[in-house]
Design a binder for this molecule. Structure first.
Ligand code: F6P
Length: 323
């Protein structure tokens, strides 16, 4: 029989993502509604190791549901990756009478949560928070929808100026080794080509095709490049060599990580936070929450992070047929 928990801690870890604040708020308030004390640590696992403790209650998470970033701040901690680091973290957590932890972050953060749970037995639940959507066990990660909408906004603006100048434009989007941001934003933004790391492409064929359409009078040609698909500068140089055209290059960069979360991300954040607390109340540690279809799901973190992320090839083919 798992011991009854009285106090939980919340932290955000890895790259920030829109919706993290809303997930902290939901965790804090649902915990409080169930009689639990709550606290936070700033800057992810670094904050535990440096005892950067923040007392939290219902009021301390007021007015953050629509705020981008994470008010608890976030970081990546090499020390926590070592067993000694995790033992130290457990001591700090125990010194504050913390019985359980909610970690909001991406793949590396969930792996860290699993290691802490395995090494120390402290119940930990993970909430997937990353714009990359690179976790296979969940249909969507927190922040992805907002990031895609940010990219769409940028694509719309680029189209305006491309149409005015007859320009080919390469737009580089984030995603690490995952092409989901590029695919979803490219498809819904009407990109002519979408380059993702998961699907091989032949730039020569693409260049020939675009040159042909330019000659026929097509005013704008937009190529969305996932950062994992290749260096945009190299792709543009090769493209220019093949076509004699000088493409514009736009790297959207960190604006994709900011901004007020969309309705979809806020809803996910609320539902993830509630389920995470419910799991801890039920004595279940070592789990990650996620979403499949419209259902909030839970899965042992070990299984969740072992699943291999693949791109939705059907969607990719559909995008190609709409050019
Ligand atoms: O994981 C989120 C992400 O924004 C990736 O898309 C990107 O590759 C990376 O983080 C950038 O990381 P950093 O914040 O360390 O520069």
């Amino acid at each position: 029989m798992a011991e009854k928990i009285r106090k939980i801690a919340v932290l955000t870890s890895g790259g920030d993502a829109p919706g993290m604040n809303a997930a902290i708020r939901a965790s804090v308030r649902h915990a409080d509604s169930n009689g639990l004390a709550v606290c936070g640590f700033r800057r992810g696992y670094c904050g535990i190791l440096e005892d950067d403790y923040v007392p939290l209650d219902r009021r301390s998470v007021s007015n953050i549901v629509g705020a981008g970033g994470t008010f608890l701040m976030t970081d990546r901690s090499p020390e926590f990756n070592l067993p000694e680091g995790r033992q130290k973290a457990a001591e700090v957590l125990r010194s504050h009478d913390v019985d359980a932890l909610i970690v909001i972050g991406g793949d590396g953060s969930l792996r860290g949560a699993l290691d802490l749970y395995n090494d120390t037995g402290i119940p930990v639940v993970g909430i997937p928070g990353t714009i990359d959507n690179d976790l296979a066990y969940t249909d969507f990660t927190l922040g992805f929808d907002t990031a895609v909408n940010t990219v769409l906004w940028a694509i719309n603006s680029l189209r305006d100026t491309m149409n005015s100048h007859n320009k080919v434009t390469f737009v580089e989007v984030m995603g690490r080794r995952c092409g989901d941001i590029a695919l979803h934003a490219g498809l819904s933004g009407g990109a002519e080509y979408i380059l993702v790391p998961e699907v091989p492409f032949d730039l020569r064929t693409i260049a020939d095709d675009i040159l042909g359409s330019v000659k026929l009078g097509k005013k704008s040609n937009l190529i969305v490049v996932a950062e994992g698909a290749g260096k945009m500068e190299d792709l543009c140089r090769e493209f220019a060599e093949y076509t004699g055209l000088t493409p514009r290059q736009t790297r959207l960069g960190f604006i994709q990580r900011g901004g007020s979360p969309t309705y979809r991300d806020r809803l996910l954040a609320c539902r993830f936070g509630i389920r995470a607390v419910d799991l801890l109340l039920a004595g279940k540690g070592g789990y990650a929450v996620g979403v499949r279809g419209t259902e909030i799901i839970e899965m042992p973190i070990a299984e969740a992070v072992a699943m291999k992320k693949t791109i939705d090839l059907d969607l990719y083919r559909q995008a190609s047929s709409l050019i």
